[in-house]
Design a protein around this ligand. Structure first.
Ligand SMILES: [Zn+2]
Length: 163
């Protein structure tokens, strides 16, 4: 499963656990400080992710995150100053239909500090064995959009909720 799996590749990456990240306060809205995230890199990352056979179709892997992209809000960035390798993006994904606040997903996506390449991710959603979580991809596509257009865009929905 791609979404909620936390693959341990290097200790430095291991440190960036969801627990650790939830405790960080130092999130910046200034996404434009990040290295550019290439949409092609996001696609490559999504296509290489391991998913069960039923949902491994290329279109599914890419179209689902694209559909979800519009529900991604409040994209912020954790520079992770102690690391030369990774930065982390955090965002919320709102449910496409219901407006139940409990359905809001929190997504962390780790990217390479230098190249902007997606490295891994974590999402609070629980997905079945057959369905792949598209939230991480949605956040990466959204971040790529923001960096490509140079516009952080509206932050309104979440900020209102948080007040
Ligand atoms: Zn998810």
């Amino acid at each position: 499963m791609f979404c909620c799996e936390w693959i341990v590749i290097v200790p430095e990456y291991q440190l960036l656990s969801p627990k650790f990240l939830s405790q960080q306060k130092n999130w910046s809205k200034d996404l434009l400080k990040i290295s550019e995230i290439e949409e092609s890199d996001v696609k490559k990352y999504l296509l290489n992710s391991s998913v069960p056979d039923a949902s491994s179709a290329r279109t599914y892997k890419l179209s689902r995150p694209f559909q979800l992209k519009q529900f991604v809000h409040s994209v912020v960035y954790f520079e992770n100053e102690n690391s030369e390798t990774f930065s982390v993006i955090r965002a919320f994904c709102y449910p496409s239909q219901a407006t139940n606040a409990d359905d809001v997903k929190v997504i962390f996506a780790t990217i390479d500090k230098i190249t902007g390449q997606p490295y891994g991710g974590f999402c609070t959603c629980t997905v079945g064995a057959v369905e792949t979580c598209g939230h991480i991809g949605a956040v990466l596509f959204k971040a790529a959009d923001i960096l490509a257009t140079g516009s952080v865009g509206e932050q309104s929905v979440t900020e209102k909720l948080c007040e």
